[in-house]
Design a protein around this ligand. Structure first.
Ligand SMILES: NC(=O)c1ccc[n+]([C@@H]2O[C@H](COP(=O)([O-])OP(=O)(O)OC[C@H]3O[C@@H](n4cnc5c(N)ncnc54)[C@H](OP(=O)(O)O)[C@@H]3O)[C@@H](O)[C@H]2O)c1
Length: 321
């Protein structure tokens, strides 16, 4: 049996549950491609899964121990083999992809369906840059579209220096809106470089007390509840959040029943077409991935500690090949 290096977790817990291991190298099913992974990232979702936080996640990921021992949700790499029915890709193609609800990119190889959230890698980006795009880029794109983003609108992005936030700023600019980005003092210059028209440093200014009103408020980190946005959100505006939970679900239902700002939550369902869209934007110079730090597979526990601190900017890359 041929094997590969991977980082696995066999129990829920702190970053130290992540261990280097030798596991079976996967082989592609007829509709799948086998990707040699050059770079992956540590997403916020990865550490939540590692800790089984919230506890309810265990009903999907395994009650007592993880059903899938390999974490990691986005990658860039090169196709090494193709299944018998694959028509879109060839051996040697460089691709970038999100694994969506599955995981498995903390490894040298992974198989993905050719119809998944995958596209050819933008030819102007390195593997590391490309690997930072899929999860944050697809999430920002989905929520902005669901919120009905339109040219000419005034958009506020809260948490603009994170992965989802940095793509939300760039995509909102691409859609022709006027973007106000909110971040802490250390990230003001970074966020300006993404094209924000105005930046509010939340350490200096209480954004919810601004006299401005926005057509769309995008909470990209889950720290700006709708209830605090009453003064700054237009009555017919839209509020989008990366968060989940009872209050937001009630907000969403309430907005449908009693006419008020539109409330948008939920995971992206996008696939190939949206990855191709993001590739096009990257190649046109309208979307870039931000790399905060780089680690190796063996340093994954350290990378998890950093991402769990909640202070990463853009993406934290794991170099594999
Ligand atoms: N719905 C979905 O499908 C989906 C998909 C992907 C991610 N998510 C969720 O989206 C959230 C963001 O993920 P991410 O990867 O973009 O996060 P991230 O990169 O870890 O965000 C870190 C950024 O958040 C900012 N931040 C931290 N505390 C803050 C606060 N109190 N107020 C404002 N900003 C704060 C920090 O910037 P400053 O230092 O400048 O504050 C930091 O740059 C996570 O909860 C994740 O689970 C949801």
């Amino acid at each position: 049996m041929s094997t590969m290096q991977a980082v696995i977790y066999e129990q829920y817990g702190p970053p130290e549950v992540l261990k280097m291991s030798q596991v079976a190298k996967p082989t592609p099913k007829p509709n799948e491609v086998l990707i040699k992974i050059y770079a992956t990232t540590v997403t916020v979702g990865d550490w939540h899964l590692r800790k089984a936080d919230p506890f309810l996640a265990r009903f999907f990921t395994g009650l007592f121990k993880p059903k899938n021992p390999i974490l990691g949700h986005e990658l860039a790499g090169v196709i090494e083999a193709v299944g018998a029915n694959v028509t879109k890709y060839n051996i040697g193609d460089a691709v970038f992809a999100s694994t969506k609800l599955d995981s498995g990119t903390y490894a040298e190889y992974m198989c993905l369906p050719e119809e998944g959230a995958m596209a050819l890698k933008p030819n102007n980006l390195s593997f590391e840059e490309a690997a930072t795009i899929p999860v944050g880029g697809l999430t920002a794109l989905h929520l902005l579209r669901q919120a009905g983003i339109k040219a000419g609108q005034k958009v506020l992005v809260y948490g603009a220096s994170g992965s989802v936030g940095s793509f939300a700023v760039q995509l909102a600019k691409y859609f022709g809106t006027n973007v106000t980005a909110v971040c802490s003092t250390t990230n003001v210059e970074l966020v300006k470089s993404l094209g924000a028209d105005a930046v509010i440093d939340y350490k200096q200014t209480e954004v919810t007390q601004s006299n401005e009103q926005f057509d769309l408020i995008f909470d990209a980190v889950g720290y700006l509840p709708l209830a605090q946005c009453k003064k700054i959100l237009k009555p017919n505006g839209a509020y989008a959040s990366v968060s989940w939970g009872l209050i937001l679900t009630l907000n969403m239902l309430g907005s449908k029943i009693f006419r008020g700002p539109k409330v948008v939550i939920g995971m992206s369902k996008e696939g190939t077409a949206d990855m191709v869209f993001l590739k096009g934007l990257a190649e046109a110079g309208k979307l870039k991935g931000i790399i905060d730090r780089r680690y190796t597979l063996a340093q994954l526990p350290e990378a998890h500690h950093y991402v769990e601190s909640g202070r990463k900017k853009g993406g934290v890359v794991i170099q594999i090949a």
